[in-house]
Design a protein. Structure first.
Length: 238
């Protein structure tokens, strides 16, 4: 995928186009809901959380982001908006969702295309646990990742393992639904054994579980340099 360089005026119009598509989706939902697909309000990331993800990534000045889980594209549009705001000369948004056509009938991808993002966005329709391994082997590097894919512990763990190799040292990994025990347990390993650290104050005003107060999204800073602990240094994590 080629580098995207836009004059300031054109870039501003592009950002507005993406923001307009995101507002339309937030206010009215997707243009259609495929038979059997999950309910939009149930699976989509709320607007305030999307705004916070966007603002955090702008602050990180990201140029390349890997996102796992596209669905109806709420988070993808927010991340794309962030990419267009950073001023980076090399924009790339890799989206991985094996269910985009089998479950969602391409609705999320169509929204990204309607926002004019075909030059920076790339859709991969195979399981993330397989594709991320190939990205890592190819030496691909990202500034950040957003994870909202499988919520099975073993799949989340594998995703995070390979993202730990793909996201640059000092980069950021965001996870949706960390209030789920399976997701929380997976990321706990990387906190306890590999030095991933929650970013203080990040996403502080986002959605939280009304009963426990636990936040929906977790934001983690990867260590720099990347650690290589020996197997005898393993620490139990849950």
């Amino acid at each position: 995928m080629n580098s995207i360089v836009q004059p300031d005026g054109v870039a501003g119009e592009w950002r507005e186009r993406v923001a307009a598509v995101r507002r339309e989706l937030t206010e009215h939902g997707p243009s259609r809901r495929p038979d059997g697909a999950p309910d939009f309000a149930t699976v989509t990331l709320p607007e305030r959380d999307c705004d916070q993800v966007r603002d955090l990534l702008v602050g990180e000045r990201v140029g390349t982001v890997v996102e796992i889980g596209l669905a109806y594209a709420s988070s993808a549009l927010a991340i794309s908006e962030a990419l267009l705001r950073t001023g980076s000369r090399n924009l790339r948004h890799v989206l991985i969702d094996p269910f985009q056509y089998t479950v969602f009938d391409g609705v999320g991808w169509e929204l990204l295309l309607s926002a004019g993002l075909e030059d920076i966005a790339e859709l991969v329709t195979e399981p993330s646990q397989r594709f991320l391994a190939r990205l890592a082997d190819a030496g691909f590097t990202a500034d950040a990742a957003f994870v909202d894919g499988s919520h099975h512990f073993h799949n989340v763990f594998v995703d995070l393992h390979f993202l730990g190799e793909i996201v640059r040292p000092g980069g950021v990994v965001l996870l949706d639904d960390v209030w789920w025990p399976s997701v929380e347990a997976a990321v706990a390993y990387f906190e306890t054994n590999l030095g991933w650290r929650p970013i203080p104050g990040a996403l502080a005003d986002g959605t939280a579980d009304p009963d426990s107060g636990r936040p929906r999204i977790g934001a983690y800073r990867l260590p720099d340099p990347r650690p290589t602990p020996g197997f005898k240094e393993f620490r139990p994590f849950c």
